[in-house]
Structure formats: C-alpha cells, structure tokens
Design a protein around this ligand. Structure first.
Ligand code: MLC
Length: 481
C-alpha cells in the first residue's frame, strides 16, 4: 500500500469534484491525477529512477503539489526547500540531498545540477506525454520525502519520511479530528514543512474535501479569504492565531460561525491566546504536538476537553515515554524528556547513520522536548533540552547563526539566544564579543540567512557569561538589553 492508493479514493471516486482553488484557478481531483501522471512520465523520460531525489524550491502553488504527486507515483524522493532560505542554506541541502534536478522559479541559484522552472515542466509534460500512471515498484516503507530540519550541529539534516509514515499520520488525523469530504480546508502554511505537507495536503487528498491554497499567510488579507471561501477547517501556527486576534469582533464572529475546527501546532500556543481566541471566535483551538521527524504525536481530543497549555493525549498507535536523565520513567507531574515510538516515526536521517543511531534509544525516538503528564493523561510541554528557537513556527538552531557570525571579521565570540516575542513566540538575539559593527553584522545576516533567522538585535559585550565548564549560560544573556 502506498500513498497513491489512498489518494485514489479522491482521484477516482471524486474525479469531477473541485479539489483545489488557488488564486484564480481551480482544478478537479481528476485534473490533479492527470497532471501529476504526465509529470511522472516526464521525470522518467528525463532519466529519473526510483530513489533519485528531486529538490523543489517553490512557494505554495499548484505545481508544487503536481511535483509531489509525480514523485510519490514514481518513487522519486521529494525534497522541498524552505522558500525563505538563501544561497548558503540552499547549497547545503543541494549538496547533502544530492538531487538529480532542482525545480524553482528563482533565478541565479548557483548549482551544477539541472534547474527547471515549474512552468516549463508542466508545459513539457502536457506535450504528448501519456496521461496514464507509470508502473512503480513501491511499498509502504519506500521513502516519499526528505524534510530538512535544522540540526544541532549547525547544518540541517534530512529526515526521511516513508509512505507509511505519512499514511499513519493522515489516517490518525482524519479519524481523530473527524475530517470528511464535507470539510473546506483553508491552507495558508508553507508546503515545504510537515505542518502543511503532512497534515494539510494528505488529509485533504485522502478525505476528498475542497481546499483553498494561499501562496502564504498575509494577515492583512486573512479576513477576506475566510469570508470569501467560508472554510470549515484551518491549520495555523500560534503566530497566525495572534494575528487573527487583531480582526474586528464582528468579522471574527462571522468567520467562527462557518468554522468547524481550528488546529494549532509547530510552536507552543500561549494559554492567553487560546482563551482570547475562544471568546472572540467562539471556537476552542485544538492544539497538537508534532515534529518533522515524527509527524503528529500527541493531540487534544476533538470531542472532549481541549486543555489550554496542553498538547493533549497520544494519538492512536503512538507510545510515549517520559524519561529522566538516567533513562528512568518519571512519575505523573514530573518533568521528563519525551521519547516516541509509532508508525509515524521517520526511518532516519538521510546518509547520516551516526545521527540516526544517536536519535533512537531502545527503539524510541529521542525528541529533546521536556514534558509532564497529568494524572488524567494530558501532556504539557515545558521546555527543550536543546536550545532550539521557534519563531513564527519556523525552527532556528542558534548554533547555525553563531557559526555564521564567527566567520565575520570583528567577531571573537558569539551566542544567540531566544527572546520572548508576543507575535512570533520567540525571536533570536545575538550577543557578541569583538569590534564588529552591529549594523554590518545585521546586513551580512540579511544577505546570507533566511529572514526569520536574522537576530532581532546584536548586543556587544565585554565577555560572555560562562559556567565553570566554559559553557555559555544563555539564560543569563537574555536579561541584557
Ligand atoms: C513568512 N515570510 C514569508 C513566508 N512566511 N515569505 C514568503 N513565504 C512565506 N510563507 C517572511 C515575510 O516576507 C517577512 O520577511 C517575515 O517572514 C514575516 O512576515 P509577516 O508578514 O510579518 O508575517 P507574520 O504575520 O508574522 O506571519 C509569519 C508566518 C510565518 C506565520 C506567516 O512565520 C509562517 O508561515 N510560519 C509557518 C511555519 C510553518 O509552517 N512551520 C511548520 C514547521 S513543521 P521580512 O524579511 O520582511 O522579515 C513543524 C512540525 C509541526 O514544526 O508540529 O508542525
């Protein structure tokens, strides 16, 4: 069983129904099936074989969906790249994933592999290539995609997700969140991450509901999209919900009337936002917990208490362990590191056996997140073992920014830490020792790093606070203004 078999529920049984609205175009499920069959045949005609990688650097559009579907129909591994990434970050992924080609609209990406635009591929595919689906020798454990996730080592690692991982995740969500063909999904999150890809796209294609896809979430236009499309289902990161709190009360009430379910994830949803949203929209946001490596693990119930501040109960088939530093299970109410096992957990990091080995203990994936469990089984995330920063739902590893800044003249020592931010949740701030000019450091970051990684401020210090072991004490830094 592969993803194509499940998507056939919609491709075949709902071929004539509207599947997607994007900008001023709409396509039926039948259209999507044929478009991706042609692209699949084009990939094969261009020499792609099962297991080859195709990198895709695109903002949300119909073509990114066509490409994903063409990949899963041929066994080509889909590797999306965050559209906010700059040369340095893109170069790393291209060299690590070792793809056969890159599809992008962006000009001047410095690479020796073939670079194709989505438009040229669609045009080439529609000229004489067969509409029938190619035969592919795939099974549930075949890799479907590699999702790059910022690594603690400073460079991102590719999490290999199989067809079965994505199937287990989507079937859980469809069942537990009661997603049906009657839903209308407004998808505003980027398809290069698992929130939109694993949850949004897969639940949509399997349930056969209609989706409106936006190129990106723009808070200024959000009300118009809600009122015009009248969705029943919406997936957001906390920053999106904070933005939606700024809409007029009457607009919020009107949006709320047509909605069935708002889901939040990818970063902690403040309890205050949960409560303010309930009062304003008349809906209790359902918060859940997931990761690129694992897809979704723990979720508040659709029917039952959606507890503010908690991520809820393990999803079906998922085992959770909370362990202390010695690997001993902690009692209810005590903090422990979250370890996970289940059919949703990835198969490993791409070409990094050591990192994969280190990521599993006793068959359980080590998340680095710290949580407590209540006596009635609800999990609450209380921190992280790593110094990961989550800003607007995008993950940032300070080490990557620190290594970049250390390469610049006039920077002797540097530490990047999280500062709380009302809208983004957290933002990175840099503290450095050296003679560099803060404005110049910012300009260099802007040139080379994704916008969400650019430190909000650069503080010059005489020295960094270190403990007896010489480790920088980041919690002491964030009190510096
Ligand atoms: C943000 N920007 C984008 C963009 N999102 N640019 C292009 N495409 C996008 N999708 C840029 C803007 O240009 C701007 O850059 C800056 O980010 C902030 O933009 P903003 O207009 O002020 O946006 P804001 O209202 O703050 O909303 C930001 C946001 C974005 C929520 C839309 O952060 C976002 O899309 N987050 C979702 C991330 C996500 O899907 N994470 C899931 C990871 S999976 P500049 O240069 O002007 O600053 C995962 C697992 C799990 O974690 O459990 O889900």
């Amino acid at each position: 069983m592969t993803l194509s078999h499940l998507f056939d529920l919609s491709f075949q049984n709902r071929a004539a129904s509207i599947a997607i609205e994007f900008q001023d175009r709409s396509f039926t499920f039948g259209d999507l099936d044929v478009r991706s069959n042609r692209l699949a045949n084009l990939l094969l005609a261009r020499g792609f074989m099962k297991g080859d990688r195709l990198c895709v650097y695109l903002a949300n559009c119909v073509e990114i969906i066509d490409l994903y579907l063409a990949c899963i129909k041929t066994g080509v591994i889909f590797v999306p790249i965050n559209i906010l990434y700059r040369d340095r970050e893109i170069t790393h992924i291209l060299s690590d994933a070792d793809p056969k080609a890159l599809v992008t609209d962006a000009a001047d990406i410095g690479t020796t592999i073939p670079v194709w635009t989505p438009g040229s591929m669609t045009a080439a595919a529609s000229h004489g290539l067969p509409e029938n689906r190619p035969v592919a020798d795939l099974h549930g454990d075949s890799p479907a995609g590699i999702i790059y996730t910022s690594g603690t080592t400073g460079v991102s690692k590719g999490a290999v997700l199989t067809h079965n991982n994505l199937i287990a995740n989507a079937l859980n969500l469809i069942t537990c969140w009661q997603i049906t063909v009657a839903d209308r999904l407004l998808l505003v999150l980027p398809l290069f991450h698992v929130h939109a890809l694993g949850n949004g796209l897969h639940c949509w294609l399997i349930s056969g509901c209609t989706m409106r896809l936006l190129e990106r979430f723009e808070h200024q236009k959000a009300a118009a999209e809600f009122l015009n499309f009248r969705p029943t289902l919406f997936f957001g990161v906390p920053t999106v919900y904070v933005r939606l709190l700024n809409l007029a009360d009457a607009t919020a009430k009107q949006i709320g009337l047509g909605m069935r379910l708002f889901v939040s994830g990818s970063a902690p949803l403040p309890a205050q936002t949960h409560e303010d949203f309930r009062l304003k929209y008349g809906h209790t946001i359902l918060e859940r917990y997931g990761m690129s490596e694992t897809l979704m693990n723990i979720s508040n119930p659709y029917v039952g208490e959606r507890r503010a501040g908690s991520v809820g109960l393990p999803l079906p088939g998922i085992s959770v362990r909370l362990l202390d530093d010695q690997g001993v299970p902690v009692a209810d109410g005590e903090s422990g590191e979250v370890y996970l096992k289940g059919p949703n957990i990835f198969s490993g990091y791409w070409r990094r056996d050591e990192a994969t080995k280190a990521a599993f203990v006793d068959g359980y994936f080590k998340t680095s997140d710290i949580a407590t469990k209540s006596a009635d089984g609800y999990y609450t995330l209380s921190g992280r073992r790593s110094d990961l920063i989550i800003s607007g739902g995008f993950n940032i590893y300070p080490r990557e920014i620190e290594e970049f800044l250390l390469e610049l003249p006039g920077v002797i020592e540097v530490a990047v830490a999280a500062l709380p931010d009302r809208v983004r949740g957290e933002v990175p701030v840099a503290y450095f020792v050296g003679s560099a000019d803060a404005g110049e450091l910012e300009a260099k970051c802007r040139e080379k790093l994704a916008s969400f990684k650019i430190p909000r401020a650069f503080h010059q210090l005489d020295k960094l606070p270190r403990n007896a072991m010489g480790k920088v004490q980041k919690h002491l830094l964030t009190t510096v203004r």
